[in-house]
Structure formats: structure tokens, C-alpha cells
Design a protein around this ligand. Structure first.
Ligand code: FES
Length: 374
């Protein structure tokens, strides 16, 4: 999936050989790259992470982020790439490179990861929209491989059945792990025999899913499967994530167990924030990022620190924008902020001056932060 957003710390680039290029649907492709022996350590990764590809084309040099579909045990970089439209830079990537060519690929990065618990009985639910399936495929393969007691449910939404990416791989996983994995497909623009599977994945649909799919729990007759859910993984567009994350939270899943990866620019808060602050205007902000010093003035404190820096076009790292993933962690060196939500920093880290820029409301006219000190 093409993610145009500068959401991560920068990683080293190396040239990797393209070993497979396969068309999956009308506009999605799978690419695979081999990891040479000498770079094995550089490309160790966790399920759910992504890489940046830098590639020249007739229209200039492009740099795009793509989630990996491979699981760590597969020891290769596999990606799912969508060409969004005729102008999309990913079209050049797909057209200009053939098997055998070398492409510049960054070392893996990203915080859409889970702690592995191979000895526990867990229930994990995934929601994917369109090409948002890519990091979930990596997670699901990894969990099925490493956690013999974990059961998984995948809810995958597309407009039409012909748009399902990685259908063959998903179906073979569901067949191989029939006792632990169930996959349900939803279509927003195609009739389905059961109305449950028609429409978008959103809050309303989640209620139906809980009532009609996740109702009885064979392993615990007192409870439903939903009661047993340990982790939720969501990947897709902002509106889908917002709707599902809030619905999961309102249905009893703690925020720290709801993990999501945004696949588009989205500057709204995922979870609503209800609190009033004294208004501060013309805030001077100095910050250090990737060894560069920046200065800017922010109009007021109505919008949180990270979001204002992104609106001004600074390449500040982020992922969840909700105080959960830690991508926007930085050290407050001067000034005052209020951290609205924090599911990531420990008390000790907060006391040492660390903040999460995405959840920081500025309360002083001068703020100085350092993103490199974490
Ligand atoms: S972007 Fe995830 S904690 Fe700020």
C-alpha cells in the first residue's frame, strides 16, 4: 500500500534484488525482495512493520512506505502495492522494475507490532480495509506460526470480491489453520447472500459481528468470543479506523489493546478528547529532528503539537496519533504541555520529560522539544 506519510524515524537504505512480481487484482501487485546474507541483521523485522522504497522514475525520485506482508520467519521482504490512480507514483515502480533488478529499500521500521505470547491462549481480531490487509497478513502468519494456542478472526472489507488482495494466500492460511483462523469477507458495492456481509466495516457492522459471529464461545460456555478478545488490529483508511477503534473501545476493549495503522493522511483525533484549556496564541516552537534544528510559530493551542507540525509540512514521525504507539515520542526541553492520553510512556519516562507530541496540548508561548533524544 502506498503510504505517502513521513511517519517514521529514518532508516538506512540498501539495494535489494526483486525476486518476484505478481499481479493480484486489477490494480494491486505483490513484490518480493531477497535479503542477502550480509544484510540479515539489518533486515530483521517484526510482524506489522514497513519499509520505504526509494526509486527513480521519469517523473523524479519517489520515496514511499509499504507495509510488509511477509512474516519474520519467512526471511524475505514481501510487499502489497496498490496503484491508486494513473498519476500514482507506484505505477512507475510496478512498470519500471522487473525481477532481477535492484531497488533501494530502507531497513524495517514502524510500531504496528504486537508482543508475542507463544505460551498463552489468546484471541486476536483483525479488521482490514482494501490494501490495509498487508500488515495484518504479516501479523496473522506470524501468530499462526509462533503461537499454537492463539485463535484469530479476520474481517476484511472491499468494495467488490474482485478487489480482494492476497485472496489465495488468505484462503490457504484459513485451510491450513482451519481450527484457529476464520476469515470473513465484506463487500460495500456487491450484493451478498447474507446482508451481514454487505456494507462497510464500521461501528454498526461491529455490533452485528459481535452478535452474529462472535457470540458463542466453545471454550467457555459462560462467555462470548468477544469477551475473550485480547488484541484488536485495524488497518485501512482513517474513517474506518476511527469508527472501529471507538466501537471496540466502547464495547469493552482497552485502548492499549486496540492497535491501528493509518493508510492515508488523517488529521482528526481517533478518540474524542473532551477538555477545555486556556487559549494560548502565537506559540514559538523549536524542535530537533533527525539531527536538524527547526523553528516555527503555531497559531494557537487548539490543535495538538504533532498535528500542527504535520499540517505545516514537517516530517515528524507518527503512526497512531492517539498516544498508543510511541512513534511521536520526544523530550520536552522547554515550556509546558498537557499530555491528554498516554498508553505508551511509563511514569518514569513521563517524569524524565518525555512526551507524546500527538497528545500534547501546548500551555506556554514557547515550546522546545527534541525528537532525537529518545
Ligand atoms: S503517533 Fe502514536 S503515540 Fe503519537
Amino acid at each position: 500500500m502506498e503510504k505517502r506519510l513521513p511517519k517514521a524515524k529514518q532508516g538506512e537504505f540498501h539495494r535489494l534484488k526483486l525476486t518476484k512480481k505478481q499481479q493480484l487484482t486489477k490494480n494491486t501487485f505483490a513484490l518480493e525482495f531477497e535479503i542477502p546474507e550480509a544484510l540479515k541483521l539489518n533486515y530483521e523485522f517484526e510482524a506489522g512493520q514497513y519499509v520505504t522504497i526509494r526509486y527513480p522514475s521519469k517523473r523524479g525520485v519517489f520515496q514511499n512506505d509499504f507495509s510488509m506482508t511477509s512474516a519474520p520467519y519467512e526471511e524475505k521482504i514481501a510487499l502489497g502495492i496498490k496503484i491508486n490512480n494513473e498519476e500514482s507514483s507506484t505505477k512507475d515502480l510496478i512498470n519500471d522494475f522487473e525481477v532481477g533488478d535492484e531497488v533501494e529499500i530502507s531497513e524495517p521500521k514502524g510500531r504496528f507490532t504486537l508482543v508475542s505470547k507463544p505460551h498463552e491462549f489468546r484471541t486476536i481480531i483483525g479488521f482490514a480495509g482494501g490494501i490495509g490487509i498487508t500488515p495484518l497478513l504479516s501479523h496473522f502468519k506470524n501468530i499462526l506460526h509462533k503461537e499454537p494456542r492463539t485463535r484469530l478472526f479476520m474481517f476484511y472489507g472491499n468494495r467488490k470480491s474482485e478487489e480482494i488482495a492476497f485472496k489465495n494466500e488468505l484462503d490457504s492460511l484459513a485451510k491450513k489453520y482451519a481450527d484457529r483462523l476464520q476469515i470473513f469477507y465484506f463487500f460495500s458495492q456487491e450484493p451478498t447472500s447474507d446482508n451481514l456481509f454487505h456494507g462497510r466495516l464500521d461501528e454498526r457492522k461491529l455490533k452485528l459481528i459481535i452478535n452474529q459471529i462472535l457470540h458463542l464461545d466453545d471454550t467457555d460456555e459462560e462467555n462470548t468470543i468477544w469477551d475473550a478478545v485480547d488484541e484488536v488490529l485495524i488497518c485501512g483508511k482513517g474513517e474506518m479506523i476511527k469508527s472501529l477503534a471507538n466501537a471496540c473501545y466502547n464495547s469493552g476493549i482497552p485502548k492499549k489493546n486496540i492497535h491501528f495503522e493509518l493508510f492515508e493522511e488523517y488529521n482528526e483525533d481517533i478518540y474524542p478528547v473532551e477538555k477545555d484549556f486556556p487559549r494560548v496564541e502565537n506559540i514559538e516552537v523549536d524542535f530537533k529532528l533527525f539531527n536538524k534544528n527547526y523553528s516555527t510559530t503555531l497559531k494557537n493551542n487548539e490543535v495538538k503539537l504533532l498535528q500542527q507540525l504535520l499540517i505545516q509540512g514537517f516530517p515528524v514521525p507518527y503512526s497512531c496519533k492517539s498516544g498508543i504507539c510511541g512513534s511521536c515520542e520526544c523530550v520536552l526541553e522547554e515550556g509546558e504541555v498537557e499530555l491528554l492520553e498516554n498508553e505508551y510512556l511509563t511514569e518514569k519516562e513521563e517524569a524524565s520529560g518525555k512526551i507524546l507530541a500527538c497528545m500534547s496540548v501546548m500551555l506556554s508561548k514557547k515550546i522546545k522539544v527534541n525528537f532525537d533524544l529518545v
